[in-house]
Design a binder for this molecule. Sequence first.
Ligand SMILES: [Zn+2]
Length: 414
Amino acid sequence: MPLLRPGAALFSAVVVHHRMHLGSSNASSFAAIFGGTTRSKYRVNIVGAGAGKAAASLFGAGASARQTLEQHTLFGAYCRVMSAHMADKLAKQLIAGDGTKFRKAFRGHRRRKIPKLATENLRSCQKCIEEDVETQGFTSWRVLHMLPSIGHCPQHGAPLHQEGPDRMSSDGSSSFYLPGERPSREIEPKWTSLPMSDGYASYLKLWIEAFEGNLTGIAPESWMLVMDAVVRHFGSIAEANIQINSVIERAWSVPIADIAFCLGIADGSQFVQAELEQRIHASYVASRLVIVGALDEMKLSPPRLEHSPWHSPIQLSAIKPFGSWLTPQTQTELRNWVMDANFPPALFQKLSDDMSAKAIDRDIAIDRIIIRRFIATLPDDLLYRLSMEQSWSSSSWLVKELRRREIAWSQGQL
Ligand SMILES: [Zn+2]
């Protein structure tokens, strides 16, 4: 089996494997590589379901399943904005063949649309195809081309082509092929309205940096400190919002609402403000990368493993205390629970206030039912300490949850 280069989609290996085993059906090729439990859908596999079996069957027993996930599936892009806890949990599920939990990592919004994780169709870049043929003799699908929030190749800036409608439900019934083997169509029209500006070009490059793991500043804890530092730098959220928006619009040469539309950003033209208010779910990558591009431009670069010479890293300071009387230990614990569950920092700030779940929902647009479900997972002793360290009214989420547990406990005793 030829080894795939980092960034090449696992699906490419399925095609090659299929050709090496003439006579096997498409469905059995999928099953041979991803395991029988995986639904043989391209969109499930592009995010990484079945990577454990795939790593072993394609690259041998020595291959690391986690590395396969990070280098050959969209997990490698999305895990960069998740807490380590959430990324580990999701990786285990994907490796075991379960792709159903991926969207759950994006949960939390009835009002805000959950972004699409992968494009409906396979996509390719003419330059990448030429490069592949020259250097390895066969073409391969690229993971980053399947991101719904890009329309051009991150490597070459060339407009992506999409494969025919028969790929729409690539469920094993259509034949397998590699990029360039069939005629492909022009990209969706929305991308032609977005000029290849400096802003868009650096955004595309940032996807590569994120995928390769260099852009550590977009991970939840780090991003929280970056947003704090940006607000401190400009003096207020309102001023930071104005400055960042104007840098973005200048660099992209189109209004912010058009950028949000083309990239499929759920908060629309308000996305910079929503990020500054720290109420965006960690899993929204595109909006974060647009802002990183602007911050780089403003010499306020978020943390990276390795900075380029032209970057001036932003100065971060320690995490701000929150809650009126909460001890540092209680603050840390509450924050960790919230972040590990992939909720934004705005949620732990709100949970430290004497508020109801309904009021929190109204303020930061996280569904109250989802808030209540999360609250139910918090450990008894953390709730107890919260209740002792500051005062709470009877309508607060905390008092209601304590009462709910008391009733559940007494009913369990009967
Ligand atoms: Zn390319």
